[in-house]
Design a binder for this molecule. Structure first.
Ligand code: PLP
Length: 404
């Protein structure tokens, strides 16, 4: 039983650690990285690591160092994060994938750019562009902008399937914004980002919402190729309009294979794949190894067949539902109590299907639903190899940083 062996080796590894604690299984992490690198390499793309899905600089560094030159840059979730990673942690080529209008962000971004850091910031409107240009001029530099194209599925009659991100939906709209940038001092458009969130974020073998799975598959079959066609068409239209892009970004863990095969993209993004939280078990065609977990101690038993853990309620963001809750993982067979779920202070579990004897004081390992959010609950990730902790990676929180 490999799961029993995993329970015992993780349990040995964390013996003596204060619970709750979070672990990363380095062999699984490296194997997941290798999957991403291979897909990117096959499609002749570089890999941009989504830092928000890891939130521990030492692990991001490990991934870049082990990607054989395929992973070059990071996709960040705030300017403050990107500037910190560049100036304090030595990372380069940081794309901030979400716009900002805060003066402090724009100043920090422009100053870091003036200091020679390679940063870029997503924009989708003249307001974004003008604010960035102003900061660039004030700091005597030219800020790098990446225009975001919305590739949601919009078949007409008011239907919108996808994340509500950019209002730019066709080649002309993107070209217009690029031309506007051309006449502004202090900013230049260096790339296009077109993230197919409605494909990458859509589980299609989800045991919590089985009725939706066939619909998700059908939708992916139609919307995936449409998004690819739109991206290719926009790149072509820009080229014809005299705009050549250094970066054309798309993809995410949930859509990596298809995105990596698209000729129009220069790079693909992935982050969650490295830690493989349980939400990514619910995608067909994705084969990743669980690489992260958190351990809570069993503190009591209220009734025969029940154990209660201290803590456990590390719920993930997004459309709320059962798949956003942590899942008890090891030892195998433990189940959540539906009426209580994973709680702020306690999580009861049923033990009738669990073959491992557990007593108060023993750890139970849970998998988080999403990747980087795990790191917001702990100061460090314990890096495990075999049955030992071989290193510790401070999280953003452990570095005293809270970005969003
Ligand atoms: C712009 C963008 N690209 C890619 C991703 C995919 O990240 P991950 O691979 O961690 O799922 C995200 C996730 O939210 C994103 O916002």
């Amino acid at each position: 039983m490999p799961q029993t062996a995993d329970y015992h080796r993780f349990r040995s590894a964390i013996a003596g650690e204060r619970l709750p604690c979070a672990i990363v299984d380095l062999d699984a992490f490296d194997a997941n990285l290798a999957v991403c690198v291979e897909l990117a390499r096959r499609g002749e793309k570089s890999l941009r690591l989504a830092s928000k899905s890891v939130r521990a600089p030492a692990l991001l560094r490990r991934a870049i160092d082990r990607a054989g030159g395929v992973a070059l840059g990071l996709m960040c979730f705030t300017v403050a994060e990107a500037v910190w990673l560049a100036t304090e942690e030595g990372f380069d080529d940081l794309l901030v994938a979400y716009p900002t209008m805060q003066g402090a962000d724009l100043d920090a971004f422009a100053q870091a750019s003036a200091d020679g850091r390679t940063l870029s910031l997503v924009v989708d409107s003249e307001d974004h562009l003008e604010a960035l240009a102003r900061a660039g001029r004030e700091h005597g530099t030219v800020c790098r902008a990446v225009v975001e194209l919305d590739v949601s599925y919009r078949p007409g009659i008011g239907v919108h399937v996808g994340a509500r991100r950019s209002p730019l939906r066709d080649a002309e709209a993107v070209l217009r914004l690029c031309r506007r940038a051309n006449v502004l001092d202090g900013v230049e458009v260096i790339g296009l980002m077109a993230y197919e969130a409605h494909i990458a974020g859509l589980t299609d073998k989800n045991p919590f919402t089985p009725a939706r799975n066939p619909i998700a598959r059908a939708l992916k079959g139609v919307a995936g190729p449409r998004a690819a066609k739109l991206r290719a068409g926009v790149v072509e239209h820009l080229r014809a309009g005299g705009i050549d892009l250094e970066v054309v970004n798309g993809g995410g863990t949930g859509s990596l294979e298809a995105a990596a095969a698209e000729p129009a993209l220069t790079e693909v993004t992935a982050g969650s794949a490295l830690l493989a939280p349980h939400l990514f078990d619910y995608y067909r065609g994705l084969s990743l190894r669980p690489a992260a977990a958190f351990a809570c101690q069993v503190v009591r038993s209220s009734d025969p067949g029940y154990l209660t853990c201290h803590g456990g309620g590390w719920i993930a963001s997004g459309e709320s539902g059962a798949d956003r809750s942590p899942r008890p993982w090891l030892p195998a067979g433990l189940e959540l109590v539906k009426t209580e779920g994973c709680g702020e202070v306690q999580t009861p579990l049923t033990t009738s299907r669990c073959k491992t004897e557990l007593a108060p004081g023993d750890p139970v390992f849970f998998r988080h639903s999403k990747a980087g959010e795990l790191a917001e609950h702990v100061n460090e990730l314990l890096l495990v190899q075999g049955d030992r902790i071989v290193d510790r990676a401070r999280t953003y929180r452990g570095h005293g940083q809270a970005f969003l």
